[in-house]
Design a protein around this ligand. Sequence first.
Ligand code: SER
Length: 315
Amino acid sequence: MNDTVLILGACGQIGIELTQKLRILYGSNNVIASDIREGGEEMLSSGPFEIIDATSKERILEVVKKYEVTQVYLMAAMLSATAEKYPLKGWDLNMTSLLAVLEIAREKHIKKVYWPSSMASFGPTSPKINTPQQTIMEPSTVYGISKVAGEHWCNYYHEKYGVDVRSIRYPGIISWKTLPGGGTTDYAVDIYFDALKKGTFECFLSENTRLPMMYMDDAINATIQIMQADADKIKTRTSYNLAAMSFTPKEIANEIKKYIPDFTIAYNPDFRQDIADSWPQIIDDSHARQDWGWQHEFDLTSMTKDIITNLKSKL
Ligand code: SER
């Protein structure tokens, strides 16, 4: 494969693991990691790294030209909870970066773009159970508004200019290598750290709040799979629904108790409860499965086993 890949936002929760995987697949020197701040030791020593503000089209283009980049993964974003605190900053980061990359693709400096959307592009009026690929989308968060608008921009650039942009609506992504920041689904990562370190966890969502979730390994596989699929398989150019599991704080706590029997959880919902209540509970991702062969591997049980095993030795 003679592609050169640029990752914007490579130091984020998904970016770090995506960079590692892409460096294995494409060769370290063909994967340029970038972020607004300098990466950690492993990222800097494993391949090229550039400081890039993802809202600067000029700077992105400079790096694209320097390395003759063919594909861009735009992983820089402000997540739901933080964007509710800084609405205009959230909109600016999420939109300006996307339009910069789409323009660079329209000008034919790059061949392919990956941009993540989210289940947050749905809202209170969308069906909550088996949320279809196409349905009412009236998000009530700034993050959701930026995602649904971004999806339409992707589709527009594809239709009008033939830009090959591909997108997935991620559910909450659960990882143990890197902590997420500023999301509403972050509790499902924090809970494992606190369970192992303190034996107790205070949850900012109520016990029966069901949300769609996915283990990082599956999210990375889906991301690379959609990017490597033949273009004619990608029939949706807004963004694909993607699902693996759905659970509540109570259910994940019960799963953790199988390993840490004395684990306790307390519920203290804050402003993030409203965000969670506006989102789907179970997502129908049959289009992704049919069109480009998406299959998940991890459910709540196998994910918890994997995380507890790995985190125990890490901590
Ligand atoms: N995990 C994200 C968030 O909570 C949803 O895309 O903001």
